[in-house]
Design a protein around this ligand. Structure first.
Ligand SMILES: C[S@@+](CC[C@H](N)C(=O)[O-])C[C@H]1O[C@@H](n2cnc3c(N)ncnc32)[C@H](O)[C@@H]1O
Length: 219
């Protein structure tokens, strides 16, 4: 039985339908966990590399999921437009790579998206808001000392407005505020941006830092 780490567990919690494409699946832990717990009925586990896909096939076979989980070798969502999925997860990749995958996919506009960027989450949020995807949920997960972000988005076709600090903290994270973890998260983002600010003296970063300080002081 697969037990997910807090990061993948947070990703799993945003899957809302019963047919998932897991992009960049590696070991296929996420789709197999969701199949075994009955949360989904069918999955496509995809990866750009043959090695991870071989590991995925082993997990699927050993977990008795071969009749409900298919592996596909492809770059992002390329060639998958015809799949009848409800959800798409893209976890454990850089935020810029995730935007590139979404940008060239029509299927991404039809599914519940569960995205877990390892880097550049602010650029992923900017892409989503500018391109008609609404961020309907966000979550944080802590593993050891690292805090991971999960973004749940759906295409509406309507671009949304945002402030720069919201791109870093996430509007839904600000609304939901799991107080302790959110505070640690704000402080971490503040530390990282402060280092950048000291190096660049970019006035926009100064404004973002002030906004983050204001939010921390309210907690
Ligand atoms: C760090 S692993 C993440 C595995 C799993 N999704 C998770 O979150 O634990 C990243 C996986 O993404 C795959 N990958 C990288 N670029 C990709 C792309 N453009 N399309 C599909 N898979 C990709 C890699 O081969 C690797 O297996």
């Amino acid at each position: 039985m697969i037990i997910l780490t807090p990061r993948l567990d947070a990703v799993a919690s945003f899957v809302s339908g019963d047919r998932l494409i897991d992009v960049g699946t590696d070991h296929a832990f996420l789709p197999v966990y969701l199949l075994n717990t009955g949360k989904i009925k069918y999955a496509w586990a995809t990866d750009i590399n043959k090695g991870p896909l071989k590991k995925a096939s082993e997990t699927i076979y050993l977990s008795d999921c071969s009749d409900k989980c298919e592996t596909i070798l492809t770059d992002g969502l390329d060639g998958l437009d015809e799949l009848d999925c409800t959800d798409i997860s893209i976890a454990g990749m850089g935020g810029i790579l995730i935007t590139e995958i979404l940008e060239r996919s029509e299927l991404a506009k039809k599914a519940n998206l569960v995205l877990q960027p390892m880097t550049h989450p602010h650029l992923l949020r900017k892409f989503l808001y500018d391109n008609g995807f609404s961020i309907v949920g966000e979550g944080l997960a802590k593993e050891d000392r690292r805090i991971y972000q999960v973004i749940n988005a759906k295409y509406t076709g309507i671009a949304e407005e945002y402030s720069d600090y919201e791109l870093y903290l996430g509007k839904k994270n600000i609304e939901n505020k799991d107080p302790e973890l959110f505070k640690q998260f704000c402080e971490k983002v503040h530390r990282e941006l402060d280092i950048k600010f000291k190096g660049t003296k970019d006035p926009n970063l100064g404004i973002i830092l002030n906004e983050i300080e204001r939010i921390i002081n309210q907690l």
